[in-house]
Design a protein around this ligand. Sequence first.
Ligand SMILES: [Zn+2]
Length: 313
Amino acid sequence: MRFYRWFLILCASLGLAACQDPDDGPRHLTPEEIEKYKQEQTVKIEKYVEYRQGNCPVILTVPHGGTVVESFLTLRNTSNCPDPDFATDLDYNTRELADEIDKAFYQQTGKHPYMVIALIKRNHVDFNRKRQYAVPAGDDNVGKIYDAYHAYITTARNEVTQQYGHGLLLDIHGQSHSEDIELGYLLPPSTLDLSDAKLDSGTYVSSSSIPHLVRTNKAGHSFSQMLRGNDSFGGFLHRNGLECVPRPGYPSPGNNPYFYGGYTTCTYGSYGGGVVDAIQCEFRYSYRDTQAERVRAAAAFAKSITEFTQAAW
Ligand SMILES: [Zn+2]
């Protein structure tokens, strides 16, 4: 059946009518022909990853909201992707939420952030993992899609670096924990549990996703202030009506389940150097559920981006 389907697709792509004469019968493609066809089909990247060039130093990445499934692409499983945190959950409506953030940001500032958006479903590829855990072993087509997503982030990050000398990347996700928005700076709860004095005296800043911001913010705020003080991103979200952790008055999630960052935050924030800082933003379902909620959350989130970056840059 599978070979026959490829044959029909091939006929269609060549503009041939399938089986005009029933006596001819369908010709089965050889495995080599199928492989050649698959390679020729090779993945129109725009079907699986969307890139929008921005005109300000803000980058939004949305890795887990894609819904496109393809029969010719391999599905991930725990054998072909030995990821210790293997997951295929869809971050429902995060693409739609990111679109609303872009719209609100444009209405408020006249600028667009850079956007890198997964359209393909996480069952095929997990863009927020290193490659060996992200791509099913042996599927070069999925590998190309993964590479394209990360090449787009690299392009955006390079442009922002060259044109502005600083940048903020926000990695947009959805979660179903008890927190409203979890802000991930690569710091586990055991680190966020520490006092401000302890956080500021140690080397914790160098293991976070924002050391550049801490070094350069124009108010000279300390690490703990940039994490959960009045001018932290959580501080602005809170004042604009979006509950989150960490923020002033709520420095750590404690024992609550909490996502504190992933491959994207780690790779493209300033943890590894550079002038772009990164925060993973995990939205509770109630902020993504309805169009009205997305519009409300997006307006407050976009306003917080502007206020936070104006205070820092
Ligand atoms: Zn996610």
